[in-house]
Design a protein around this ligand. Structure first.
Ligand code: S5P
Length: 244
């Protein structure tokens, strides 16, 4: 199944348009998060290079939980180099991201060569790219004109781009899923420039499709309860939006 269809199917079958950002430096904690909230998410977002005690065994475990709980693996690598280097980083090294990640994030900054480089691997493995069009952080440099140029690059690779990372649905994009990070209830931001919005605002006001939540869930006193809450809020807004 193509990656876009796989994501749609997962969202609909689980009633979940929630991605959890499992930002931790411990392999054990990453597995614990995946096990605990796996039933609430459509994708688990990792920063695999944060893990202190990485081993290929971790990937085996994540794949097993992903299969059992029916979610996709999303490595938020934010590739941003020339095509040749990106291809090596995607397929080689200790992480071998292309072997297990259903989707990865890519910056359009280096130009179309970055997508051209990984396209054959994506096609072969039926995996995809979420293109960064906007960021949530205060003072980021992804201007409107940058976004337009990034979008034009992405349009040429629609078959491997199921969606984008943005703060809102952008009118001139193709039929891409909009995934929005910077989501937390009762908090405006962190001390390092992160800016937060609520699930309802993101889905209904900004017309996004999927919310990405990290610390709002993983650092809560009861992460499971919080994951259920974010899942419910995002899904209710999604249903309301699609029935409008
Ligand atoms: O613009 C962005 C893009 C991303 S992918 N802003 C973000 O915060 N992210 C990621 O989403 C970030 O790398 C982190 O993993 C997650 C947000 O985490 P939180 O704890 O602030 O919810």
């Amino acid at each position: 199944m193509e990656i876009r269809a796989k994501i749609d199917k997962t969202i609909k079958s689980k009633h979940s348009n929630l991605i959890v950002a499992a930002d931790t430096n411990s392999a054990e904690e990453l597995v614990a998060i995946a096990t605990n909230i796996g039933s609430n998410i459509c994708m688990l977002k990792t920063h695999i290079d944060m893990i202190d005690d990485f081993s290929p065994k971790l990937i085996g475990k994540l794949k097993q939980i992903a299969k059992q709980e029916n979610f996709l693996l999303f490595e938020d690598r934010k590739f941003a180099d020339i095509g040749q280097t990106t291809l090596h980083q995607y397929t080689e090294g200790i992480f071998k991201i292309a072997d297990w990640a259903d989707v990865v994030t890519v910056h359009a900054l280096p130009g179309p060569g970055i997508l051209q480089a990984i396209e054959p691997t994506c096609v072969q493995r039926k995996s995809g790219v979420l293109l960064l069009l906007q960021m949530s952080s205060n003072g980021n440099l992804l201007s409107d004109s940058y976004r337009q140029m990034a979008l034009n690059i992405g349009k040429k690779y629609q078959h491997i781009v199921p969606g984008v990372i943005a703060q809102q649905k952008l009118n001139d994009e193709p039929n891409w899923l909009t995934c929005t990070p910077g989501v937390k209830i009762n908090d405006a931001g962190d001390k390092l420039g992160q800016q937060y919005n609520t699930p309802k605002n993101v889905i209904l006001k900004n017309n996004s499709d999927i919310i990405i939540v990290g610390r709002g869930i993983t650092r809560a006193t009861n992460p499971k309860q919080e994951a259920e809450k974010y899942q419910r809020l995002a899904w209710q807004s999604y249903i309301k939006k699609t029935s409008m």
